[in-house]
Design a protein around this ligand. Structure first.
Ligand code: FPP
Length: 253
């Protein structure tokens, strides 16, 4: 494990890593356990990955913890997930502060039960002065919700005369997204062998490197993250340019 960490090039870290934490349910079902057992173990992976990211010096980590579509799961699972989330955040606040982690939430917070909204607000306030890793929890989040929300708010601002439609560009648009304060992720990881984006950061992932692994989320630990970062570091990011152009840019000519 130590060895893999050393193989990560600390000069070329992605600033922002986004993760679809998938496979908790299947992991538990394979063991003949209830799906919530998988989510419960998934929390240990969240802890490991937050810790590894903070240790490495990653600046932003976005975790897809609950999608808009997840509200349609059986009520018992939804309730269990909400409780787990709130209890975990409550228990981990001291640790987050110790590690200088600043918590953010993206998503439709109004859909969350009152007790969850209150806990999250408190945790956000209590970690607001930290300036290490920014931990962004995507909760009751979906990209289509976010994009439609952005379009609506742009519409309102145009109507109010605050912006001129002629001047809308990528920068303006990004300001209306829930990620307006964060750079786009350079690396997106999805666990459990599913090859989909599932309504996650559709606009922001335009140029991200995508990394898929068969490992289910409860088994995804620090060394799995190092592997993903090393894989990312071995890729050539071209942003639509040619390889030759990129090597000129990298060499400063
Ligand atoms: C995906 O697995 C996982 C989720 C929907 C929830 C993720 C939540 C956690 C890891 C715990 C929450 C706690 C914190 C602090 C973020 P799945 O249920 O979709 O698995 P499946 O595809 O095998 O059914």
């Amino acid at each position: 494990m130590e060895d893999l960490q050393q193989k990560v090039n600390k000069q070329r870290l992605p600033k922002h890593i986004a993760i679809i934490m998938d496979g908790n349910g299947r992991w538990a079902e394979e063991k003949g356990e209830d799906r919530l057992f998988g989510h419960f173990h998934g929390v240990n992976s969240v802890r490991s990955i937050v810790e590894a990211s903070a240790e490495l010096g990653i600046q932003y980590l976005t975790l897809y913890a609950f999608s808009t579509e997840n509200w349609d799961r059986p009520q018992q699972e939804v309730d269990g997930l909400m409780t787990l989330l709130v209890e975990t955040i409550h228990k981990e606040i001291a640790e987050l502060n110790e590690k200088n982690v600043k918590l953010h939430v993206i998503g439709d917070m109004t859909m969350l039960p009152d007790f969850a909204q209150a806990e999250l607000k408190e945790a956000i306030a209590l970690t607001s002065n930290n300036n290490g890793l920014n931990l962004i929890m995507a909760l009751s989040y979906s990209s289509r919700w976010e994009l439609i929300n952005a379009v609506k708010n742009i519409g309102f601002d145009v109507k109010a005369g605050k912006i001129n439609p002629e001047n809308i560009n990528q920068e303006t648009f990004s300001q209306y997204l829930s990620t307006s304060n964060f750079p786009d992720p350079e690396l997106m990881i999805r666990t459990s062998g599913e090859y989909r984006i599932s309504n996650f950061l559709l606009y922001q992932l335009a140029y991200s490197e995508l990394y898929f692994t068969n490992t289910c989320w409860p088994d995804f630990k620090k060394e799995n993250l190092y592997e993903a970062i090393i894989d990312y570091q071995n890729r050539e990011r071209r942003f639509g340019k040619t390889g030759k152009q990129i090597s000129h840019i990298e060499h400063g000519s």
